[in-house]
Every structure is written in structure tokens, then in C-alpha cells.
Design a protein around this ligand. Structure first.
Ligand SMILES: O=C(O)CCC(=O)C(=O)O
Length: 383
């Protein structure tokens, strides 16, 4: 059975409501993981694969939600429910200038050579622990961990060498085709030594350079990593919705090491709603803590700006208790790469992360970086 068929059958079993925890007392881990995929794909469906008309509505709705909830400060979309998105322009009230939605090419880097990843490549002087709410949020944050020259080399290397994907799949509930709003690449697999035929999609081994970075991070964090998801956010329209990396296949209290390269992006964390919270107007997804009007307004939120070369390690109860996101932006935002190193514990976890970050429903378009136009273009090849 394919994952899509499994989702459909799970959907049928639960009468179309896979998110109502009260109805099925005993759920398999697989069912719980599929629910998570559904929740994130629903959230991404809202923003990822919409025509301009829907984008206009979503931008307005989003600005209203964000204004009303006062959940986050300094938003660029918020400010006026009268704003409209038109032909790539977010039009403000007459007093405020229109803001361009950029999907532009990247500025050209000077020639930077190959990354070396030696002792001189890293700088841990700004490292600090961030703990909130009795350690429920547990972060290690190192600004500018990768030194300037090396960041450019690493970023250039990844853009030019990797095979990038814009993963597409059908959202089972709405039958809507989802286009994940970012470019992705993945490497690695679980360490179970399982036979090849159990892998639905061929795992790709870490390229030597990224394997070196993996080992450096293992030494630094004391955690073990065997898989990496790499995201390229081409501009402010690319994003990742609120989610947490708390799938059972990542184990209990997973450590996720995240490196940012390129443009700065806001990174939001918000505490999940308690499972037993009684919220009269909450949708079932809100009970799962994955979306949020209303009750989200009361949840503690942290806002960070992740910049070129930063290392952020999320550990302890962070994934169990919090969600994170890279929200969309309408003012100019350049391209940004993010790498997250994780440890996948079993074959179904490997199948899951490759599916949702490389394969999709099998016809996800592949892209290569064009040095000429400084943007992603459809094309094959790459690692
Ligand atoms: O881009 C980021 O900083 C976050 C990426 C992320 O949350 C993910 O890949 O799960």
C-alpha cells in the first residue's frame, strides 16, 4: 500500500476525521504519524498551492489573525485588513507604500572556492543556552557559528551541487495538489541495517562534505545524526508552516541541529496547546496544536531571527512541547538555505522523510541552481 492509500484508508476508518483523538482509543504509531502529515499538509495547502485569488484572501486572513491575536510583533503582512495582493504586489492603504512580493534572482557572489570545514571554519564565541518555561523550550544558539568566508563557500557548494525538489503530493482530505513552498534535498537513513527492499525510495548517502559537517555537529552537541533535510527558501513566499519534529521515528526528545545560510528569516516558536485544553472554538487541528486562531493567542511565543551562519540546536522537550515555523514575508527577502540534522530510528521514518522531502507522489519536479540566472530552474542531475 502506498502512503497515499494508507492515508485514504486511515481516513475511511476514522470517518474522515483523522484528527479527532477521542474517537480511536488505540492508534498505531503509523496512524499518529499520518495524522501529523495530514495536519502539516493542510496547513501548507492553505499557503502553498493557491491561485492569486486565494493568495489575496489568505494574505488578508493571515494579517487579520496575526493582528487580532497579537501573537507576534513586527509583522510585515499585518497592519491593515484592506491590503490586497495583486499581481505580486501587496497593496497597502493609501498612506503606506505598496510592498513588492519578490521572486527575484540572487545577487552574484564573488568567486569563493570550495568549503574546507576545518577548525578555522567555526566560531563558538557567541554560543548560549536558551531555556524557557522550566526547560520545556531548550535551545543552544550560536550566532555566526560558521565563519563568513566558509558560509559563502558552503552555500555556493550546496546550490550548485545538489538536486533540488519542489515536492508535490495530493492532500487526501481536499484532494488538493500541494506544492511544498520551498526547495528540498535529503540525505541519510536510519542505522538499522535493514535490507534494501524495505526502502520504498532509495536513500542517498551523505556527500563527504556534509558527512564531515554531520560529525562536527555530533561532536559539538553530543547527539547522533544520520539524516539531513535541506531547505532552500528562494524568497519571502517560501516558508514552512508551524510544525514540530516530534514523529515517533525521531525517538523521544530528539535533538535537531539547524544551520542557516544566506538571507535572515524570522523563526517563530510557539508552545503547543495542552492536549486536554478545552477550547470551544478550536478545530480538531488546534487540539493537536498544529494550527491556530483563538487559543494560539494565549500560547507563549518566541521570535528569533536566524541569520547567515547561525547554528540553532533544538533539544530536550522542545519538539514535544513547542512548534516552529518560518513565516512568509512580503518585503524583500533573499534566498536562504537551512539544514536540519536529525536521527531517524527506523525504516518507516526513512521512507517518510524521503517521501515528504524528495519524492512526493512521484512526479515532484526536480530543479538545479542556475549560475547564469541565479535562481532554481527545472532540470535533472546533481547529487
Ligand atoms: O528553515 C528553518 O529554519 C526550519 C526548517 C524546519 O523546521 C524543518 O525542516 O523541519
Amino acid at each position: 500500500m502506498t502512503d497515499t492509500q494508507k492515508i485514504a484508508s486511515l481516513f475511511a476508518k476514522t470517518g474522515g476525521s483523522t484528527t479527532n483523538a477521542g474517537k480511536s482509543p488505540k492508534k498505531s504509531l503509523e496512524e499518529i504519524e499520518l495524522e501529523k502529515v495530514l495536519a502539516l499538509s493542510e496547513a501548507e495547502a492553505k499557503v502553498a498551492d493557491m491561485d492569486d485569488e486565494a493568495r489575496i484572501k489568505a494574505a488578508i486572513e493571515q494579517s487579520l489573525i496575526e493582528e487580532q491575536s497579537k501573537e507576534v510583533k513586527g509583522e510585515e503582512v499585518g497592519g491593515s485588513s484592506k491590503r490586497r495582493l495583486e499581481d505580486g504586489l501587496l497593496v497597502g492603504p493609501s498612506s503606506s507604500p505598496p510592498k513588492k512580493v519578490h521572486r527575484t534572482e540572487e545577487p552574484k557572489d564573488e568567486e569563493v572556492g570550495d568549503p574546507s570545514l576545518d577548525d578555522d571554519s567555526f566560531d563558538s564565541r557567541s554560543e548560549r543556552n536558551i531555556e524557557k518555561l522550566n526547560g520545556s523550550l531548550d535551545l543552544l544558539y550560536c550566532k555566526g557559528w560558521i565563519r563568513s568566508q566558509e558560509r559563502k563557500r558552503l552555500r555556493n557548494w550546496m546550490l550548485n551541487e545538489l538536486a533540488w525538489h519542489r515536492v508535490t503530493y495530493i492532500q487526501p482530505r481536499s484532494k488538493q495538489r500541494i506544492i511544498t513552498p520551498r526547495f528540498t534535498a535529503t540525505f541519510g537513513k536510519d542505522d538499522t541495517g535493514s535490507p534494501d527492499h524495505l526502502y520504498k525510495f532509495p536513500p542517498k548517502p551523505f556527500p563527504p562534505l556534509l558527512d564531515r559537517l554531520r560529525k562536527i555537529l555530533e561532536e559539538k552537541t553530543g547527539a547522533r545524526f544520520n539524516a539531513i533535510i535541506i531547505n532552500y527558501y528562494a524568497d519571502g513566499k517560501d516558508s514552512i508552516s508551524y510544525h514540530s519534529d516530534d514523529e515517533a521515528f525521531l525517538g523521544k526528545s530528539p535533538t535537531i541541529a539547524s544551520i542557516s545560510l544566506g538571507a535572515s528569516r524570522d523563526f517563530y516558536l510557539r508552545r503547543k496547546a495542552p492536549a486536554n485544553q478545552s477550547v470551544p472554538d478550536a478545530t480538531s487541528n488546534e487540539k493537536m496544536g498544529t494550527k491556530g486562531k483563538g487559543p494560539a493567542a494565549q500560547r507563549p511565543t518566541e521570535k528569533m531571527v536566524l541569520e547567515d551562519g547561525d547554528l540553532l540546536v533544538m533539544k530536550g522537550r522542545t519538539q514535544a512541547d513547542w512548534e516552529h515555523s518560518i513565516p512568509k514575508r512580503t518585503s524583500y527577502v533573499g534566498g536562504r538555505i537551512n539544514m536540519t540534522f536529525r536521527r531517524v530510528m527506523n525504516v518507516s521514518g526513512t521512507n517518510n522523510f524521503i517521501r515528504y522531502n524528495r519524492m512526493g507522489d512521484g512526479d515532484s519536479p526536480q530543479f538545479r541552481w542556475s549560475e547564469k540566472t541565479r535562481q532554481m530552474v527545472p532540470g535533472s542531475g546533481g547529487i
